[in-house]
Design a protein around this ligand. Structure first.
Ligand code: ZN
Ligand code: ZN
Length: 253
């Protein structure tokens, strides 16, 4: 069993740590796979333009340097920790209207994705690259921050395009997603050190991206709360997904 986290930010966008520090943090804790998913904000909206001004987003100009650095760190992570590092992005469309905002993770990308195109085309582009798409925090995150409801409000029309839906982000499980029959994944949305203790996806093994992808698409996974200081002892709940429904297997406090 391997803890995995498929939603992590570095200082390439608005994360606190640099790529190397992230790899060492997760590697030392024995993770099987992680995905680096820095923000790639749209280039048209006022919020997208301010993200660029504040240096909180990847750009087309530094995108390939970002992929190259991930590739270099992936080699180091494999040798030092036997951990898989997956190149990804979080395509970020923020609107003042939460119903128009959408964040989409693309896992296992090879090329730049135009963040300004229609949402459906973004999903199609991700699939064309052989990458996986994830609806990031699609319902209320229960935290006082701007919310992103577009994907959830359009879940029926996006069902065949979006591969996975976040059932947990950070400390919170999303009941609406839990009770749906959509394929699920749990991530930390890591930005700062304290986000390390959070819900994670647990896979039967680490291995290659092809193996990890297969586990994710087949729902061959569990969700566990990872606590940095207390490790396995402090698991809040162990949940297993089977045919769309989730059963609580263990309750440790
Ligand atoms: Zn997000
Ligand atoms: Zn994020």
């Amino acid at each position: 069993m391997k803890f995995c986290d498929f939603h992590i930010h570095t200082n390439y966008s608005d994360g606190e740590l640099n790529l190397r520090e992230v790899v060492d943090l997760y590697g030392r804790a024995g993770f099987g796979a992680i995905a680096i998913t820095d923000h790639l904000c749209d280039r048209k909206s006022l919020l997208g333009l301010s993200a660029k001004f504040l240096d909180w987003t990847l750009t087309e100009e530094n995108f390939y340097q970002y992929l190259k650095e991930i590739e270099k760190e992936a080699i180091r992570a494999r040798l030092k920790y036997n951990m898989l590092v997956i190149p990804g992005v979080e395509i970020t469309y923020n609107s003042f209207k939460y119903a128009r905002s959408a964040h989409i993770l693309a896992l296992g990308i090879k090329d730049f994705i135009d963040p300004d195109q229609e949402i459906k085309n973004i999903f199609k582009d991700i699939r064309q690259q052989g990458a996986l798409s994830v609806a990031a925090h699609p319902v209320s995150t229960k935290v006082n921050e701007p919310q992103t409801y577009y994907l959830w409000n359009h879940r029926e029309s996006l069902r065949d395009l979006c591969d996975l839906w976040e059932v947990a982000s950070g400390s919170y499980l999303f009941e609406e997603v839990m009770n749906s029959d959509l394929p699920k994944i749990a991530n930390s949305d890591f930005h700062i050190r304290k986000h390390f203790s959070s819900w994670k996806t647990v896979l039967p093994s680490g291995g290659s991206w092809a193996e990890v992808k297969k586990h994710l698409l087949n729902g061959n996974l569990q969700f566990k709360f990872f606590h940095e200081q207390e490790g396995e002892k402090c698991l809040r709940q162990v949940l297993k997904v089977r045919e769309g429904s989730i059963t609580v297997l263990e309750e440790l406090w």
